[in-house]
Write a protein that binds this ligand. Structure first.
Ligand code: FA5
Ligand code: MG
Length: 416
């Protein structure tokens, strides 16, 4: 009785992705809708807005960072999104019990293989190849909430730069006494145990300057930027950059000083480095005033045409305000089945059935029955078509399928 969008994988013993076959097991949770996006490579489609922003970032790095006329950063935009769990997590020092490994947050092909959740999954292998400075662009996959700036498939650009003692301190006077490392040091909020404070301060300065330079190149000198302290298992200290967008602060990237243990394990123990990972959609939304992340998947020429510029530096302003087509809101309330309810399972189900008609899902009410102690959740699903006005009848049809599937798949009891 399951909905067809959720069914086709059941009963098969393997999952096919990009011409390879993966054995299913109890971890397999990719859906046909998600698999259909693997291989689309929007970031490599000439004149797609994600391609355009990737090309602009590449050309910025190529022109600003050169060594004897050669680009310092190499660019890798064709690495397979199918990675091992080891690459995505272990190689980045993410502990075995870390919450980011949850099935509820990731798309697993099986216990050993997954669709990468971030481009950081390639850091260690590329450092191990001997690269000192590189950019990686690619599609990444996450089970997440649904709204205008979150989508289960999005694109990231990773940047890594390593420095030897000489490279980091070359511009400092009397630097012969300075060292990257210090023995017997302590980890503090500002640095790792093995790093000298002067090395970390220079790295942090270079990292923030590089990224500020990038966003002012993309958005102009008027762009408002702020830095927020944060945490990643593979960098310390770590920061997020936020950019002012439509009156709000929007997080566009995470970054930090690379954990030395990662570099040691990749054979680069005599160098230190910084890394960043930015969301290409988020930057493109700000740069081209694209109001909704689903538009990147549109095949509508009225959308795509606008990015057919002669020169990648030519300004583009997206001309089709979303507000032309009104949203429709439908609520769904149900009793939860004890503790086994996973919110992302519900979001996934909504997305599998509603597809890109679903603009946003928000929990609008939670309520505990005073006698039975059971919890009830009410979600508001906002439906909106990107290219035309949706009728209430069409929305109701999809909504009813979601109601039925929620009961059949998640064991909830509808209060419809
Ligand atoms: C990471 O993915 C880290 N790998 C970034 C990093 C790299 C940190 C290297 C340190 C060193 P995070 O989950 O915050 O971090 O995602 C990075 C960026 O991807 C975000 O700032 C945002 O721009 C974008 N992003 C994250 N989730 C989504 C989503 N669901 N939809 C669209 N963009 C997203
Ligand atoms: Mg983040």
């Amino acid at each position: 009785t399951s909905h067809p969008a959720l069914r086709p994988l059941a009963g098969q013993t393997t999952v096919e992705v990009l011409g390879h076959s993966y054995q299913r097991d109890d971890f397999t949770n990719v859906t046909p809708k998600i698999l259909a996006k693997v291989g689309r490579n929007l970031h490599n489609q000439s004149h797609h807005p994600l391609w355009l922003i990737k090309e602009r970032i590449k050309s910025h790095f190529y022109s600003v960072y050169t060594c004897r006329g050669n680009p310092v950063f190499s660019v890798h935009d064709n690495l397979s999104p199918v990675v091992t769990v080891e690459q995505n997590f272990d190689s980045l020092l993410i502990p075995p019990d870390h919450p980011s490994r949850k099935q509820g947050d990731n798309y697993y092909l099986n216990r050993k293989t997954m669709l990468r959740a971030h481009t950081s999954a390639h850091q260690r292998e590329l450092v191990r190849c001997g690269l000192d400075a590189f950019l990686v662009a690619g599609d990444v996959y996450r089970r997440d909430e649904i709204d205008a700036s979150h989508y289960p498939v999005f694109h990231q650009m990773e940047g890594v730069r390593l420095f030897s003692n000489h490279q980091l301190f070359q511009k400092v006077e009397n630097s012969q006494d300075l060292s990257l490392f210090e023995a017997g040091g302590q980890r503090t909020p500002h640095k790792q145990e093995s790093h000298s404070l002067e090395a970390v301060k220079l790295l942090e300065f270079d990292l923030k300057r590089t990224l500020t330079h990038l966003v002012t190149h993309l958005f102009g000198a008027d762009v408002e930027v702020r830095w927020v302290d944060c945490h990643f298992p593979f960098t310390h200290p770590s920061f997020e950059m936020e950019v002012r967008f439509q009156g709000d602060w929007m997080e566009v990237l995470g970054c930090g000083v690379m954990e030395q243990e990662l570099l040691n394990s990749a054979g680069a123990g005599r160098q230190v480095g910084w890394a960043f990972g930015l969301g290409l959609e988020r930057l493109a939304m700000v740069l081209y005033s694209i109001p909704d992340i689903r538009l990147f998947w549109s095949q509508d020429q009225r959308f795509l045409q606008q990015f057919q510029v002669q020169d990648i530096q030519q300004p583009v302003r997206f001309q089709q305000p979303l507000s032309k087509y009104p949203p429709l809101h439908n609520d769904i309330s149900f009793w939860l089945p004890g503790d086994s309810f996973i919110e992302n399972d519900f979001y996934e189900l909504v997305r599998s059935i509603g597809g890109d008609l679903v603009e946003k899902v928000s929990l609008v009410d939670k309520f505990k029955h005073p006698k039975t102690g059971r919890w009830s959740h009410c979600y508001r699903i906002s439906y909106r078509h990107m290219e035309r006005t949706l009728s209430q009848q069409e929305a109701r049809l999809v909504h009813r399928q979601i109601e039925d599937a929620a009961e059949a798949q998640l064991g909830v009891q509808g209060r419809y």
